[in-house]
Design a protein around this ligand. Sequence first.
Ligand code: HAM
Length: 423
Amino acid sequence: MTKGIRAIRGFRDIPPEEAWKLSYIEDRTQEHFQRYGYREIRLPMVEFTELFARGIGEATDIVEKEMYTFLDRNGQSLSLRPEGTASAVRAYIEGGWKSQHGITKVYYSGPMFRYERPQKGRYRQFYQLGLEAIGGAGPLVDAEVIDLLHRLFLVVEVQDVRILVNSLGCGKCRPDFRVRLLEYLTGVARELCSNCRRRMESNPLRVLDCKVPGCRSALEKVPVMLDYLCAECEDHFSAVREALDGLEVPYNVDPRIVRGLDYYNRTAFEAVCDRLGSQNAVAAGGRYDGLAKEIGGDAPGIGFAMGLERLGLIMNWDDVVPENPDYYVAAATSSARIPALELGDRLRALGFSVEVDLEDRSLKAQLRSANRMGIDSVLILGDDELSGGTVTLKDFVEKIQREVPLEEFMKEVMAAGTGPERR
Ligand code: HAM
C-alpha cells in the first residue's frame, strides 16, 4: 500500500473549527485598522532573496537560517516572505506611493514562512496581520501605532497583554553604545553560551535577548541603549512616552527589547502575554527609518505585526459564537426533496444561510443534523405541506412547532430583514 502523504512539519491544516476564529480576528482587526485610516495592500508571497537579506539584515536569525530560499527556473534566488515590512516598503518605493498627505498607512494579512523549530504558537507557516505607517518620522506616529495596538486588545477583549517599549537609538548614537556593549560582553564572554559568543561578532545587540539562564545572570549589569541615546533620540522617546501617557496607554519601558530584525531604530515595542509560554509575543514592531535606504528609496516608517494564531490562543472564545446557518430545510418525503432545495435557494436569495439535506435521509436524521450544526430553525416540507402550500416550522429554542402558509412565512421573514443587514 502506498504510504499516505502528510503535511510538511510546521505547516498546519487549519480546520473549519479553528479557521472561523482566525477569520473573526482578521475581520475585527481590519475594521479596527481602518478606523485609523489604514488601507489594505496585498503583497507577493515570494520576493528576491536580496530584499530580505538587505532589509532584515544578513546577520539575523531569519536571514541566516530561517528563510525558505530557492532558485527559480531562471537561476534567480527567491525566498518565501518571512515577514511583510520589507515588501511593504519595497512596494511603497516601487509604486511611488509617497502621498501628498505625508504618511502612507497600509495593512496586510497573510501567511509568512520561517524555518523555525515548531512548538506551541510557533509554526513554519504562520499568519500575520501587520500595518505600516510609511513617510512619517515624528513621535506622534509611534504613539498612535502603539495606542492602536493597545486598543485592539480592548476590541477583542484580551486583558492580560502587556506592552513593552524601548528605544534602540539611531545611526548616530548606536555605534558608541555598541563599543560599550562589546567591552562588557568581552569581559563576560566565558560565561556566555556559544550562540551569544558567535553573536558578539555578528550582531552583539541580540545577545541582550538571550534566554539562557547562564547568559541572563552574566548580563545583569550589561549597559543598555537607553543610557546612550543622543539628544534627538532622547527627545523622540520622551515625546512618544508623553503622548502614550496622555492617551492613557498602559506600557512599561523595557531596555532589554532588541528585536530580531536589523532594520529597527528608535522606538521598538512588543505586546506580550505570559499565558503563551516561551513564545510570548503576540505582536511586535518598531520604527525603521533606515530600511527604505537599504532597498533603494528614502522614507521613515513604523509598524507592527501580530501573530494571528497567537492571538487566537489567548482570546476567550466562550462568548464569541460562530455563525451557524440560519435555517435547515428538511424534506419529510421524497417528493419534497426538490421543493426543499428550491426553498433553500429562495431563503439564500434573501441573504440567509441555509442547509438542505442532500443525502435522502430520514426526517429524524435531518433533525439530528440540524441540531448538531447548531441551527435553531428547521423548516419541514412533506406531502401535506406541498399540497396545502404550507411549511412546518420547528424552533429548537422556543420549542414550538407550527404549520404556516409558505408565502406568509416568506413575508414574515422578509419583514424581519434580510441576511447581511440582519447580522
Ligand atoms: P516579528 O517580531 O518577527 O516582527 O513577528 C511579529 C509577530 O509575528 C510575533 O510577535 C509573533 O506574534 C508572530 N510570529 C513570528 N514568528 C512566528 C512563528 N514562527 N509562528 C507563529 N507566529 C509568529 C515582524 O515580522 C515585523 N515585520 C513586524 C513589524 C512590522 N515591524 C515593523 N512593522
